[in-house]
Ligand binder design. Structure first.
Ligand SMILES: *Cc1c(COP(=O)(O)O)cnc(C)c1O
Length: 413
């Protein structure tokens, strides 16, 4: 095979000028290949926001009324795009008219799911300034997701700078009002034209943006869940902790099956003991009186199968800062939930993610039975528990700059 020939040559060349090496022949070859063929004299270029070129769209689209916004359907006038090539590194970032990508059908993204993404939002505060919420966490996760599928890393601060420039160009698209925001979808794909199953030697980051309204336009709407164990979303050692496209398509059929039976989302379980993992594409929180009689907010620990949500982390930080109840990251099972339900110890349950912040849960169907999760006992009309509402408000206050949150959480563009 060609690669083997090149590797043998590379090892020979290496032996010609380094006699003693502690690396195995294959590691030597990889090292030499990467220096000989990919970087010759110069280092690959890092992602560099100062190289940005802006050629904004001249065909400005009509804005939609706030009450017409549907999640992820309308996109702004422009997009941010930057390409990468092995050996050369990151190219010139560009902001240009939102439009079609040109890729060959052989591009690896179409065959082996070389794709990862982020979901974050830009908010308008009451002084008209644009704010991002903890973009450093999105950038760190984006890098980890990319590296999990052998796509290139990048300097997250540079991508944040580029996103800020993109937000300035498409500023008119950021809807005003609490609950409204511009959803940002940074995406990285492998673009090498090859059916060989291997690392992509070309990649692309693009960022597109979509104005969105509140997840619950007319107040909270608590959801019914189907506890699902025969299909598994993620498993230890798998990729559940990475935001890669390949994790999502396989969850749609089980979701449609759940929808048919009247459930909005799957409660994803794992293992013989039916550990609770996530709710749809949200992290899962339970607030209960635990077996020791303490009030406890609990969410599964990050064991590699749980997506490390920015919202999850923010809720844990805030709740720990409040210091009013125990806050735990640990495993719990359906058996624990069923027992807590029987003993009347469940106080609230909710999903958590950027799209909704929190999504209250009212019922879980499991093993032929229903677990009824309380909402707010002091307000029969309320569709969310007291703690769920408090967390939602606390996070929104910081996102919209009404309250100065922990240092670095709300970033003014
Ligand atoms: C994106 C995502 C979340 C939530 O993450 P946030 O950063 O809070 O938006 C949770 N679970 C899954 C599976 C996700 O894809």
């Amino acid at each position: 095979m060609f690669v083997n020939r090149v590797m043998r040559q590379a090892i020979k060349v290496n032996h010609a000028f380094t006699s003693a090496s502690s690396l195995s022949p294959s590691r030597q070859a990889a090292k030499i290949l990467s220096t000989r063929f990919y970087s010759s004299t110069t280092q690959p270029a890092p992602l560099d926001a100062s190289k940005l070129q802006i050629n904004p769209s001249k065909n400005l689209k009509a804005l939609q009324e706030n009450n017409q916004l549907v999640f992820g359907k309308t996109f702004t006038d422009n997009m941010l795009i930057v390409e990468w090539e092995a050996g050369k590194g990151w190219g010139t970032p560009q902001i240009k008219e939102y439009g079609k990508l040109q890729l060959e059908p052989s591009a690896v993204v179409f065959h082996y799911s070389f794709e990862c993404f982020e979901g974050m939002k830009a908010y308008k505060d009451k002084n008209g300034k644009t704010r991002l919420f903890r973009p450093d966490l999105n950038m760190a996760r984006f890098n980890r997701s990319a590296q999990r599928i052998a796509l290139p890393g990048f300097d997250g601060e540079e991508l944040t700078k580029l996103i800020k420039e993109f937000l300035k160009v498409d500023d008119r698209w950021i809807p005003k009002g609490r609950g409204y925001s511009l959803y940002l979808r940074p995406t990285m794909i492998g673009t090498q034209e090859s059916l060989g199953v291997g690392a992509s030697n070309k990649a692309m980051i693009f960022v597109i943006a979509s104005p969105v309204g509140p997840y619950f336009p007319s107040g909270f709407n608590a959801v019914n869940l189907l506890a699902t164990s025969e299909k598994v979303r993620a498993w230890p050692g798998g990729t559940g902790d990475a935001k890669i496209g390949g994790n999502y398509a396989p969850c749609i059929k089980p979701q449609l099956d759940a929808n048919k039976e009247g459930f909005q989302q799957n409660l994803w379980l794992f293992g013989h003991d039916h550990q609770v993992t996530e709710v749809g594409t949200m992290n899962c929180f339970v607030y209960w009186k635990n077996e020791q009689g303490e009030n406890e907010l609990v969410t599964p620990d990050l064991d590699g199968s749980i997506l490390p949500g920015v919202t999850r982390d923010s809720i844990l930080s805030l709740a720990r800062q409040w210091g009013e109840f125990k806050v735990s990251e640990r495993k719990f099972t359906m058996k624990d939930l069923v027992k807590a339900d029987k003993e009347g110890r469940i106080i609230e349950m909710f999903g958590a993610g950027t799209a909704c912040i929190v999504c209250p849960i009212k019922k879980i169907h499991y093993d032929g039975q229903d677990i009824h999760v309380p909402l707010d006992p002091s307000d029969k009309t309320s569709q969310a528990g007291k703690l769920t509402k408090r967390i939602n408000n606390a996070i929104m206050d910081i996102q919209y700059g009404d309250v100065e949150g922990p240092k670095g959480w709300s970033v003014v563009v």
